[in-house]
Design a binder for this molecule. Structure first.
Ligand code: AMP
Ligand code: MG
Length: 422
């Protein structure tokens, strides 16, 4: 764990702060502090979806297990294909997918074959039906087809004994499909981490409660729930905790007793009721960091008993940005996954962007293709860290580096799409 950083009275308005950590430094410290869970469980492959593999997976069979036809046509012997002119072959049977022919095919003979049908012994090539003239029990073929055409070799997809998935991989739809194609019913995955979370703040109300002036509905527990569910995490929602010493202390104790990771939102910025920090100081080893990103500067990280603790800022957009930047990679590491940094790309920005140097900014953008097919992005209106609608309209972050000072429309920017295919 890092040394404690002195908390100064600078506000979120001055962007450069020499006590700040960069996002990379903060992430490095977090990842260094986290040990992957050791417990594993065996689950049916469908239940393995989105879980992290705890073993290397090898194929017990060839896929496909026999040479078979890639097209509808006729299975022939390569030697029977004429080098020029026309050749007549006798059709001695039909092969459907799943019902192979028992006879083997001798010189001058062939078999009608459907896609997926196993090539009969003696044949090695399929002449597609469009290249054949059928005459009663014979066909006429020419030299358009070459030996070996239109077949799928045994083991072409996966060879027997080949490693097909690695420990630490996240199981995608393709991965569980691949395991099914090998006849594998179950898979060893790491245990799902338990994450307990609660919100802090006297102004917060839960859905169903009446809202008085100055009060806000708690949205952070919902965005956190959503982001955690997507990772296949077991969530424990502990509700809203008032800014009250005893209540806060009890909540931290309960959360740490029941979860591998505790996440709170609110109460970590300068000027917050001090007992959140006081309580944490008593209960665990927690560092309060200022991170040179916007939104999401304050972050607390450490341990309460044996649980990892993340104290996220209260503002709804800050919660999401700090979750994606710090908590998600940490949870992947906890689950034994090799974290792969989300893909980013570049786009032409159609909006003017305001920015001061000193922090990396995650502005919210809507990316699309313009009429010339170029990837373009515009920002979603106001960018305040409390404006959750900006996240909901957005489909990407516009990431502006530390020293960037914004600029007029037309500049190239880095964007990080919210969704990939898998
Ligand atoms: P704090 O970090 O506690 O000072 O909170 C910063 C801002 O975020 C304040 O305007 C809070 O009202 C707001 N906020 C804190 N927690 C939540 C929450 N759970 N849901 C919605 N807004 C919140
Ligand atoms: Mg608060």
């Amino acid at each position: 764990m890092s040394e404690k950083l002195k908390i100064t009275e600078s506000s979120c308005q001055d962007d450069f702060d020499q006590n700040s950590l960069t996002a990379d430094e903060a992430l490095e410290r977090i990842l260094a502090a986290i040990s992957p869970l050791e417990e594993t469980e065996t689950v049916p492959i469908r239940r393995g979806l989105d879980r992290i593999l705890a073993e290397d997976v090898y194929s017990r069979i060839n896929v496909p297990n026999c040479i078979n036809s890639a097209m509808d046509g006729y299975a022939v012997r390569g030697e029977d294909i004429p080098s020029d002119g026309i050749r007549q072959l006798l059709v001695i049977g039909t092969v459907f997918a799943g019902s192979p022919l028992t006879e083997s095919i001798g010189p001058g003979a062939c078999a009608r074959i459907m896609t997926g049908g196993v090539l009969p012994a003696g044949t090695d090539t399929v002449v597609i039906q469009e290249h054949v003239e059928r005459r009663d029990d014979h066909i006429l073929i020419d030299n358009r087809t070459h030996k070996g055409d239109n077949v799928r070799e045994a083991g072409e997809d996966v060879r027997m004994g080949e490693q097909i998935l690695s420990r630490g991989a996240r199981l995608t739809p393709a991965a569980i499909g691949l395991m099914a194609s090998l006849g594998t019913a179950e898979v060893l995955v790491t245990r799902r981490p338990k994450v307990a979370f609660f919100s802090t703040g006297d102004e917060l109300r839960s859905i169903g409660e009446e809202l008085h002036d100055g009060q806000v509905y708690d949205s952070n527990r919902y965005t956190l729930y959503g982001m955690l569910q997507r990772l296949g995490i077991e969530t424990i929602d502990m509700g809203v905790v008032r800014d009250d010493r005893a209540e806060v202390e009890q909540a931290f104790q309960d959360a740490a007793a029941s979860a591998d990771v505790v996440i709170t939102s609110g109460g970590v910025s300068v000027g917050e009721a001090d007992y959140v920090k006081e309580t944490l100081a008593q209960l665990g080893t927690i560092d309060f960091w200022k991170i040179a990103i916007k939104p999401g500067r304050p972050l607390a990280f450490g341990m309460i008993n044996n649980s990892y603790f993340f104290g996220l800022p209260g503002n709804p957009v800050s919660v999401m940005v700090t979750f994606y930047q710090f908590v998600q990679p940490a949870l992947y590491r906890l689950m034994g996954s090799n974290f792969i940094e989300p893909v980013s790309t570049h786009a032409i920005c159609l909006s003017r962007l305001g920015k001061r140097p000193g922090r990396v900014e995650y502005q919210r953008g809507i990316m699309s293709r313009d009429e010339n097919g170029r990837l373009v992005v515009r920002k979603t209106g106001a960018q305040g860290s409390g404006i959750l609608s900006s996240m909901s309209q957005a489909n990407c972050f516009i990431i502006l580096p530390m020293e960037n000072t914004g600029g007029e429309a037309g500049m190239e920017v880095e964007i990080q799409p919210f969704h990939g295919l898998i």
